[in-house]
Write a protein that binds this ligand. Structure first.
Ligand SMILES: [Zn+2]
Length: 417
């Protein structure tokens, strides 16, 4: 029989990460003769949840057990390791563990989607766990049970894989010794089966975390074989403790909800929404580019923040009346953070110019109410301005933020086939 185990909220600011704890537990279980079935799952939850771990990822895996004795032993091993490895003194670390032996039914899948698209409280998670007969264990406030249960129930209609390579504990916090050249080479020979691992436009390596966590690097791709092969191309100058391949909901757009009216959108949720650009985009202090999206029911400011780099230059090319479909989430201040957009229709935009002179040059104003004059000497008392269509510098189609600014859950265009 099967047993599902979910773990979440064991990350700490000093670097401990739930994927690592999960990986250690799987090894420990194997040592005692309990083998996992399939790949462990790394499920990313609502990126706008107020209380969350760093990447807001929860973990789960499936185990083969033969008896109640087995179940008891598994629980012991898991809970002991979570307690041992979690940095419980960190106030943000509130681990939760779920043991579940039932079916992954529609109800459980719906709960999972809710944690990915909504905000769920610890009480709600507890109540739901009781309802479906899932056993939960809380450390401190036990917030982790929310995600732990979600990681078990998440539907895998679309999925990707991530290979995580872990460092030796004595190297935690030290500069990572990765051969960047080999990372670009890996990307070149495996893209688009692997993706988002480098940012060629910014010569940026996206596989390397910027926290003191146990992860040396993570490689994202379409299949376990692809990421394993890609991992063989990447060279590092420090020992790797171990590698684990996770099945994930990363890069699937699972967090996005299609919505018809801008007025129905809420803070802390992520959407796909259509509308028209209200005015020309403008650049705010800090280099953030903003435009207002409107439909007949309401409007919302949309932002391409500074870290989205060259993506902002594309957003700046939008014009009033352009019809766009925007993908992104709403933060605390009510601004929609653009992850990508599709330009559906280009508006015609015009500029007015002084009339053309007989000699072929543009005339100048001769002063208020005095008509126009030209360098050649010709004067025009009552000419009218020309209205000219401006050639647009952008085409219909999809545009996205660079990999360095991509959210875990956001589907890159290369996957939108
Ligand atoms: Zn002239």
């Amino acid at each position: 029989m099967y047993m599902y185990i979910g773990i979440d909220d064991t990350d700490s600011k000093d670097g401990m990460c739930t994927t690592y704890i999960c990986s250690v537990i799987i090894d420990e279980l194997k040592h005692f003769g309990f083998n996992t079935t399939g790949y462990p799952r790394l499920i990313r939850l609502n990126p706008f949840a107020m209380f969350k771990t760093r990447g807001n990822g929860a973990l789960s895996f499936k185990l083969n057990v033969k008896s109640d004795e087995d179940v008891k032993k598994v629980k012991e091993i898991v809970l002991k390791k979570v307690e041992e490895l979690s940095e419980l003194e960190d106030e943000r670390t509130n681990p939760g563990v779920i043991f579940y032996r039932g079916e992954i039914n529609y109800e459980l899948q719906s709960y999972s989607l809710k944690t990915i698209r909504n905000i769920i409280s610890i009480e709600e998670a507890e109540k739901f766990a009781n309802k479906i007969g899932a056993e939960f264990f809380k450390f401190k406030n036990g917030r982790g049970i929310i995600g732990a249960l979600a990681a078990i129930g998440c539907p895998n209609t679309d999925k990707t894989y991530e290979l995580l390579a872990y460092r030796l504990p004595q190297n935690y916090g030290k500069k990572r010794q990765i051969d960047y050249e080999s990372v670009f080479q890996m990307d070149k020979s495996t893209y688009p089966e692997t993706f988002d691992n480098v940012d060629n436009d910014n010569s940026y390596i996206a596989i390397e975390p910027h926290t003191p966590c146990p992860i040396l690097y993570g490689i994202r791709g379409e299949s376990p074989d692809t990421v394993l092969n890609a991992g063989k191309i990447v060279k590092s100058y420090e020992p790797i403790e171990k590698i684990t391949v996770f099945e994930t909901n990363q890069h699937t757009d699972m967090h996005l909800l299609k919505i018809d009216k801008i007025s129905d959108m809420e803070k802390f949720k992520c959407y796909i929404v259509e509308g028209k650009v209200k005015e020309f985009p403008y650049t705010r202090e800090g280099g953030h580019v903003i435009f207002v999206l409107e439909d007949e029911f309401g409007e919302i400011p949309c932002a391409a923040y500074e870290p989205t780099k060259e993506f902002r230059d594309i957003v700046r090319k939008l014009a009033p009346g352009d019809k766009v479909r925007v993908y992104g989430g709403i933060g605390e201040k009510g601004t929609l953070n653009i992850e990508k957009f599709e330009l559906l229709e280009l508006a015609k935009i015009y500029e007015t110019k002084n009339p053309l002179c007989e000699c072929g040059k543009r005339m100048k104003s001769a002063g208020s109410g005095k008509g126009y004059k030209c360098k050649c000497g010709i004067k025009l008392r009552d000419g009218t301005n020309d209205i000219l269509e401006v050639k647009r510098d952008i085409e219909k189609g999809f545009y996205e933020v660079p990999p360095s600014a991509r959210r875990h859950l956001s589907k890159p265009l290369v996957r939108m086939r």
